[in-house]
Structure formats: C-alpha cells, structure tokens
Design a protein around this ligand. Structure first.
Ligand SMILES: Nc1nc2c(ncn2[C@@H]2O[C@H](COP(=O)(O)OP(=O)(O)O)[C@@H](O)[C@H]2O)c(=O)[nH]1
Ligand SMILES: [Mg+2]
Length: 438
C-alpha cells in the first residue's frame, strides 16, 4: 500500500516463476496463491452451526445474501466479494462466489463455511479439518464466532488456529473473536471484550456483537411498526417500570405487527429497555435506526476488520508463504528441498523486511511484547516500526534497551525490543524533518 514495497507482489512473482515450469503449469495451489496476492484480504468466518454466522454475514454485507435457516442445505463454502471485472478466482472449484457491493468490499472478501460442521457430530471438527486442507491458507484472517460470549471452551481451537497461522513473523491479530448474540449474554459488552482474550489465552481481539440488530439497522428492518412499537411502550408505565421485558409482557399491549417488528429486529427483548432509554429524548426513525446500529456494535467489528485490512500485505503474504511451504512439502523431497530454500530466501527481500517490522508492531500493540512498558513507549515503538520515525528516538532506545535487558524475557520479545532499539538509534535525526522511510 502507499508505495511501500509489496510482499504479495514478491510472492506472486515467485509463483509466476514456478508456473513457467511445465511440471507446475496447471498447479491449482500456485494459481490460487497468485490470485490471493492480488485480491483484497480473504477473511474466513468460522463458528458452530446456529452461532449466527449467516446473520453476521448479512449484517456485514448489508443485505440478506446469506441464508439463515437453522439447517443448511448446502455445504459449499461461499465467498462474498465486491464486484470485480472478470471472473473472481476462488480457492477451490467447489467454492461459490457471490458478487455484492458491501461497505468493506474494497478492503476484504469474506466466506462463510456452512455445513462444514453440520456433517459432523462434533462441531469442533471444522477447525481440526482446517490445518489438513488448503482452506486455512487460502484465508488470511479469521472471524471466530463464539457461543454464549465465552472463549473458555475454545482454548484448544483458538490456540491451534493462531499457532497454525502465525507464520514466519509470529503474526498476531489475524483472528478476531466475536461474541455474537450479545443480547443473550448476561454480561455487558465491555466485560465480554475484556474477558474473552483472557479466557482464550492467546493474543486475540474480541468484539461483542448483536448481529440481528445490525441487520435490522442496515437492511433496514427498523420501519414504521418498529418505531411505533417503541412509542407505544413509552406510554405504558406498567411496561416502562419493568427492568426486564418479555415478549409476553408486550403482546397484550401491542399489535401483532408491532411485536413481530420488534422480534425480528431484536431477537430477544433483553436490550429493549436500553434501546428505550437511548431513544427517550428523541425517537425519530433516524434516531432509532442510529441507536439500533450503535447498540449492535457492528461498527466496532468493522473497525477491527479495517485495521486488519490495513495490514493486508502482512496477512496475505504470511498466509501465502505458509501455503507454499506446505505445497513444497507435498511436492516431494527432490524438488521440495530447493523450493524450501528459495522460499526462505524470500525472507531476505526488502519487502519482507518491511513485513517483519509491521508484524513486530502488531506484537507490541496486540501481543505481550513491551506489556510492562508505558502506553506511550509502546505507541512510539509502533509508530517507529511502521513509519521509521518517532518523537524522541534516544529516549525510546534507552527504555527499550532496559526492557530487552530483563533476564527472563521470552526470545521473541527480546528480538522485537532489539529491532526497536536498533531502529531508534538509526532514527536519531529530528523526526519531523526526516522523510518517512516506510
Ligand atoms: N437473539 C439473537 N438471535 C440471533 C442473533 N443473530 C442470529 N440470531 C438467531 O440465531 C439463529 C441462527 O442464526 P444463523 O445466522 O442462521 O446461524 P448460522 O447457523 O451460524 O449461520 C437464527 O434463529 C437467528 O435469528 C442475535 O444477535 N441475537
Ligand atoms: Mg448459516
């Protein structure tokens, strides 16, 4: 991006060379890696049946594009991508592609894998299958939909997923845990988002989402019956006095159309009192729509996905290299060993040097690296890693040198600290007058 050396271009060029060899000319993995390097970030949505994957997709797509029946009738992986000229290459011939213009369409393409776990008695099977197949490498980022706002039953699955996709740069932040159907969880969203990464025991970000409300705000289903239902409830003290409401409480006072509008937009009535509170001052259709959208928290998830897409070169190149490594192993030992060497040599290109700095910035921002330092020292280190400049390089070098000297520091943290110190020492000219050396 922005004229920075592009590691995806280097990987695509590497595959292009291999494809000129008649032995590999028709190789589907090589062809797909080339496509992957030219497409927006590929995001895979994983989660149990009925976790609310299709509803979440529809929210992100701002339309009813994914089927939301409880029982899936198709086991095809479906990729939703923005309109692009020509055919869009998908990772596998069995996958389906749907072209739709959605808010993040220029930044990412996203797949739902329905039915992957419907055929299995054990829902965790989906994730066990991922490392064996090529699907894992074909995606470069993951949305992991949690049930009941908890990650403690997913420690193994999340650990495997993050370990399997970390790659040569110890990538973190390519998995976001989404606590969906947040209205059905007793804890409030802030508590869920703080607790889930601790439960998961891996550096993932967590976002609590009420995807049903997000769909309602975006499709939009928040129409006249919905707005009039809120207005009617407000005139009824026997309802507004209650801290919790059930659909039964409402059905005696509202029309069936009004109750249906509430049910289909909210899923459960548990966030209804909060919605009434938020729209107490002003409840025009626009205000109600905005309140429903805000409460859904989908904009937070979109911000996290956008942040991931900002590192698409890092994410996609990492996934592609991991894929090519597996491919080289499958290719057999004779050709495989020199290929592994050539793949390793990619690591010493300038483009990959840039990636290792961006990956280090992610380890500082989302991982444990530098956790003992002050926020401003971590922020300055991230800025330095990303742009080559920061406010006071000598002071930053001193603090990260002291950090690196801690005897019990994990190797990776020490490596990152030394990289930061080294960059800070070289960035000792007044930062604002230097050209940004990205
Ligand atoms: N209460 C509530 N229900 C939801 C929410 N999102 C989805 N659901 C319901 O959960 C069920 C399964 O949703 P679906 O998206 O089809 O799940 P999938 O099997 O993972 O694709 C459906 O009945 C949805 O209406 C939500 O945010 N809140
Ligand atoms: Mg579904």
């Amino acid at each position: 991006m922005n004229g920075a050396p592009d590691a995806r271009g280097v990987v695509a060029g590497f595959c292009g060379d291999l494809l000129r060899d008649p032995a590999h000319r028709d190789d589907p993995v090589l062809h797909d890696v080339v496509a992957q390097c030219r497409q927006p970030l590929r995001v895979l949505l994983v989660g149990d049946v009925s976790a609310g994957k299709s509803t979440l997709l529809n929210a992100l797509l701002a339309g009813h594009h994914a089927r939301t029946e409880y029982r899936e009738t198709t086991s095809a992986v479906t990729w939703f991508h923005g309109p692009r000229p020509g055919a869009v290459r998908l990772p596998d011939p069995t996958h389906r592609g749907v072209s739709v213009d959605f808010p993040l369409a220029r930044r990412l393409m996203i797949a739902d894998a329905p039915g992957l776990n419907t055929t299995s008695e054990n829902p965790r099977h989906t994730l066990r299958m991922l490392p064996g197949g090529d699907l894992a490498g074909a995606a470069a980022a993951y949305v992991f939909l949690l049930l009941r706002g908890r990650a403690d039953g997913e420690v193994e699955a999340l650990g495997n997923l993050t370990a399997m996709t970390a790659g040569p740069f110890d990538l973190v932040g390519n998995v976001v845990a989404v606590a969906g159907k947040a209205d059905e969880v007793a804890s409030d969203p802030a508590e869920i988002e703080e607790r889930v990464p601790r439960e998961a025991r891996v550096p993932i970000r967590a976002v609590a989402v009420q995807q049903k409300m997000a769909v309602a705000a975006r499709v939009p289903a928040v129409g006249a019956p919905f707005v009039s239902a809120l207005a009617a409830i407000r005139t009824l003290p026997e309802l507004t006095a209650r801290r919790t409401l059930t659909w039964q409480h409402l059905s005696g006072h509202l029309s069936t159309t009004q109750v249906d509008a509430l049910v289909s937009a909210l899923g459960s009535p548990s966030w209804l009192p909060e919605l009434l509170h938020r729209t107490a001052e002003s409840a025009t259709p626009q205000d109600v729509l905005r309140a429903v959208e805000d409460m859904s928290r989908l904009p937070f998830l979109e911000a996290v996905l956008t942040d991931m897409a900002d590192d698409e070169d890092l994410f996609t190149a990492t996934a592609a290299v991991l894929r090519l490594r597996r491919w080289a192993v499958r290719d057999g030992t004779a050709a495989g060993a020199p290929l592994q060497d050539r793949l390793r040599a990619l690591g010493s290109t300038a483009a990959f040097d840039g990636l290792s700095r961006r990956a280090a910035a992610r380890l500082v921002r989302h991982g444990r690296v530098g956790a003992e330092l002050a926020d401003e020292d971590r922020d300055a280190a991230c800025e330095l890693l990303r742009s080559g400049t920061c406010h006071d390089p000598p002071a930053l070098a001193a603090r990260w040198t002291a950090y690196a000297a801690h005897p019990l520091l994990p190797t990776r943290s020490r490596d990152v600290a030394e990289l930061i110190t080294d960059l800070a020492r070289r960035a000792d000219a007044p930062p604002r007058t230097r050209g940004a050396a990205r």
